[in-house]
Design a protein around this ligand. Structure first.
Ligand SMILES: C[S@@+](CC[C@H](N)C(=O)[O-])C[C@H]1O[C@@H](n2cnc3c(N)ncnc32)[C@H](O)[C@@H]1O
Length: 208
C-alpha cells in the first residue's frame, strides 16, 4: 500500500471494515448492528478502488451498502472516499465473497447484489475461474430477498453471454440484458473500455 493508503487503513478500517480473512474473524454478520440501523442492504462484490461504490452509497443514503473485496489497497482507497464523502451507510469486508455468502449472510437477506466488471479471465482455459458460474449464481440468488436484484455489468461480450446463459438458467431469477441504467456511475474504467471500443452490457435479474 502507498503511505496514504496505509494511513487511511490505520485511521478508518477499525470503524468501517471487517477482515474476514483473519483467523479470529467473527461468525454470521449482524448487519443491522454493524450499520447501527435497519435498512435494505445492497452487497457489491469486487469494488476495486470503489469509485462507483462510494458514489452509489452517497446517492442512496437510505440504503446500507456492503462491499466485499480481497484487494487491500483498493479497500484503503475506498476508505479514503468514505472519509472524503462523509459516508455513514457503507461498510467493507476484506474477504472472498463465496464463503461470505455461504456462511455469514442468511438466505432471503439482501435487497441487491452488484457485480461490476468482474475479472474477465479471457483465455478459454481460465473461463472456469470466472465468478459468474451456475453454482455461484444459485448461492447469490438464495441470499437475495424476494424481489431483490442481481445487477451485473461487463465489457467482455463473451462473459456477458455467459452471464446471460447462467442467470437465465437459474430458476429463482427473472430478467435479462437491460440498457445501461443511468444510476450506475460512469467510472474511469468504463470510460476507457468505451474509448477502446468495447461494448458494456448490463444485466438485471430479480429474485422470484
Ligand atoms: C476487474 S476488478 C473490477 C473493479 C470494479 N468493480 C470496477 O468496476 O472498476 C474485479 C475486482 O474483483 C475482486 N474480486 C475478484 N474475485 C473476488 C472474490 N472472490 N471476492 C471478492 N472480491 C473479488 C478483485 O480483487 C478486483 O478488485
Amino acid at each position: 500500500m502507498t503511505e496514504g493508503q496505509r494511513h487511511a487503513w490505520e485511521r478508518w478500517w477499525p470503524e468501517y471494515g471487517l477482515d474476514l480473512m483473519s483467523p479470529d474473524a467473527p461468525g454470521p454478520l449482524d448487519l443491522d448492528g454493524w450499520f447501527g440501523r435497519t435498512a435494505p442492504v445492497v452487497l457489491e462484490i469486487g469494488p476495486g478502488t470503489g469509485e462507483s461504490t462510494a458514489a452509489m452509497a452517497a446517492a442512496a443514503p437510505e440504503t446500507n451498502h456492503l462491499a466485499v473485496e480481497v484487494y487491500r489497497p483498493g479497500l484503503a482507497q475506498l476508505l479514503m472516499r468514505i472519509a472524503e464523502f462523509g459516508l455513514t451507510n457503507l461498510r467493507l469486508l476484506r474477504a472472498d465473497v463465496v464463503p461470505v455468502l455461504r456462511d455469514r449472510i442468511g438466505p432471503d437477506t439482501l435487497a441487491g447484489i452488484r457485480v461490476y466488471f468482474p475479472d474477465p479471465w479471457p483465455k478459454r482455459r481460465h473461463h472456469k475461474r470466472r465468478l459468474i458460474q451456475p453454482e455461484f449464481v444459485a448461492l447469490a440468488a438464495s441470499r437475495l430477498a424476494p424481489d431483490g436484484v442481481l445487477h451485473l455489468a461487463t465489457d467482455w461480450t463473451h462473459y456477458a453471454d455467459q452471464m446471460r446463459a447462467v442467470c437465465d438458467a437459474e430458476p429463482t431469477l427473472r430478467g435479462g440484458t437491460v440498457p445501461r441504467p443511468d444510476w450506475r456511475p460512469l467510472t474511469k474504467f468504463e470510460r476507457r473500455a468505451r474509448a477502446e471500443g468495447r461494448e458494456v452490457r448490463d444485466l438485471l435479474y430479480r429474485r422470484v
